[in-house]
Design a protein around this ligand. Sequence first.
Ligand code: NAP
Length: 316
Amino acid sequence: MESLGVLLTFPTNSYLEEELSKRCKLFRLWETPPEKRREFLRANAASIRALVGNSGVGADAEMIDALPALEIVASFGVGLDKVDLAKCRKKGIRVTNTPDVLTDDVADLAIGLALATMRRICEADRYVRSGAWKAKGDYKLTSKFSGKTVGIIGLGRIGLAIAERAEAFDCPISYYSRSEKPHTNYKYHSSVVDLAANCHVLIVACALTEETRHIVNREVMDALGPKGVLVNVGRGAHVDEPELVSALLEGRLGGAALDVFEQEPHVPEQLFGLDNVVLVPHAGSGTWETRKAMADLVLGNLEAHATNKPLLTPVV
Ligand code: NAP
């Protein structure tokens, strides 16, 4: 695929970038300052036939319009909220993502975040490092995770993997999605408020669409309540962030663990001083093993496209 011009929109682990630059003609979007990107795209539009994007910069309508030779969008990630799927369909542009290979990591992190928040692992770590253990004595008591009801928004690949892990902690599982899943014994709620009112830990694992934007709003947070914990490993925009900050500051919500934020990499500074909050910089799939597997899927899809073979993980 040496002749394939590929636009990589984000700086990434060296493996993907090295392989792309070895195998194709690579254009690195992030190296051009934002105010000069239009010019950069105009100058290279004729050569760019593929785009590799992520959860930060994908292929929105403006990007697609700027790239008239675009044939395929190979997303480095599973979420498709940064790709204008309707426009791709209309223009015959193929779209792929990286499902399954990242499921374990994101589900592992979701459980880790629930444990970290309820057992205050990050705060306890700070307690030891600051010398407070020696100075003030034993650490305060925390909340048990095992056996608590876990509510999951979106019982897809990641949601199901979270449920399976939480079951090992003897947690009863309930969930909300657009339809009841007949193949599970988990309790279905047809409203998110209902789900939140009936669980201790609410985990967001659904796709971000217009319908799910701010699916966790003030009403949902109030239903979860002062003993409830919110874990978000979906997308930042699933949660109404200003409402989340208020709920935490006012003690209407027990705690929150967030891997994703509305305006990444900006995180509301009011959260920095709260010990019942755990913050992670969108690292759900961020292990060497998984990022390599994701990169191989992106490369495999581009290779298949360039050689007229069936795509490995087609979306469009
Ligand atoms: P998936 O298998 O496609 O699952 C998506 C789930 O979203 C489905 O269960 C679907 O359920 C649900 N959903 C869609 N629209 C909904 C709606 N209106 N209301 C309620 N539920 C809805 O995808 P996945 O592989 O599990 O990934 C899920 C999401 O996780 C991705 O889209 C991405 O945003 C996020 N993610 C985050 C990270 C990270 O680093 N933190 C990494 C990977 C993925 P129904 O069809 O039954 O409604």
